[in-house]
Design a binder for this molecule. Structure first.
Ligand code: HEC
Length: 198
C-alpha cells in the first residue's frame, strides 16, 4: 500500500515538474522575464486565494503585501516585457497583442488600479455591500469584467470598477474577484490556450 502511494506521489511530482519545465520550455531573454513576472503574480494570487477561501486566517497585512506584489508587476512593468513581436521560443503570447496594443495595455494598466484597490480594501473583510455597492455587485454578477461587456456600454461603472478609491470601499473578496477576472480577460484574448493556471 505504501509503495503504491509512493508511486502515485512520484508520478504526480514528476508530472508537475515536467509541466514547469514545459511552461518555460527553454524560454530566454524578455520572454523568460515576463514568464517569471507572471509566475510571481501567480504565487501572490495563490496566497490570496488561500486567504479568501478561509484556508489561511484573514490577515489584512498579508492581503496588502500580495496586492503590492501584483501592483508592482502591472502597467509599464508588465508591458515593457512585451516588446513588439517578441514571440521567440515557447512563448504563449499571441501576435494580436501588437495589433491591439492599446487594449492590451489597458488591461495591464487596469490591473495596477485594481491591485491598488485591493490594497485599499484589505481592512474590509466582512463588509456587506450596500447602496451603490449593491449595484456594482449586481453588475459583477453578470461578469462585467468579461472583455466584451467591459469595453462597451457602461462607462461610468467601468471607471468605478478600476477606481482604487471606489474599490477601497468594497469588500476585499469582491475586489480580489475583479482582479482575477482581469487576469483571465487578458489571458483569454492574448495568451494561447493551455492549461488554465491563471
Ligand atoms: C495584459 C495582459 C495580461 C494580464 C493582465 C495578466 N497576464 Fe498573465 N500572461 C499574459 C500573456 C500574454 C502570457 C503569455 C506570456 C508568454 O508565454 O510569452 C501570460 C502568462 C501567464 C502565466 C504563465 C507563465 C509561464 O511560466 O509561462 C501565468 C502563471 C500568468 N500569466 C499569471 C497571471 C496572473 C496571476 C495575472 C493576474 C494577477 C496575470 N497573469 C495577468 C498576459 C497577461
Amino acid at each position: 500500500m505504501i509503495k503504491i502511494i509512493t508511486a502515485i506521489v512520484l508520478v504526480f511530482i514528476t508530472s508537475i515538474s515536467s509541466q514547469l519545465v514545459m511552461a518555460h520550455g527553454g524560454a530566454t531573454g524578455v520572454v523568460k522575464e515576463r514568464m517569471d513576472l507572471m509566475d510571481n503574480m501567480k504565487d501572490a494570487v495563490k496566497q490570496l486565494k488561500a486567504i479568501f477561501k478561509g484556508d489561511v486566517k484573514y490577515n489584512p497585512e498579508t492581503v496588502k503585501q500580495s496586492a503590492l506584489v501584483i501592483q508592482d508587476h502591472s502597467a509599464a512593468a508588465m508591458t515593457k516585457l512585451f516588446p513588439h513581436g517578441s514571440l521567440k521560443g515557447h512563448s504563449e503570447a499571441k501576435p494580436i497583442i501588437w495589433q491591439e496594443w492599446d487594449r492590451f495595455k489597458q488591461l495591464a494598466d487596469d490591473q495596477e488600479k485594481i491591485a491598488q484597490g485591493l490594497y485599499n480594501s484589505a481592512d474590509n473583510q466582512d463588509a456587506t455591500p450596500q447602496g451603490n455597492m449593491m449595484e456594482s455587485g449586481a453588475m459583477m454578477g453578470q461578469s462585467m469584467m468579461g472583455s466584451g461587456s467591459m469595453m462597451s456600454n457602461n462607462k461610468q461603472t467601468q471607471q468605478n470598477m478600476t477606481d482604487p478609491e471606489h474599490l477601497g470601499t468594497m469588500p476585499s473578496n469582491m475586489v480580489f474577484k475583479l482582479l482575477t477576472e482581469n487576469c483571465s480577460s487578458c489571458h483569454t484574448r492574448y495568451r494561447k490556450e493551455k492549461e488554465n493556471d491563471m
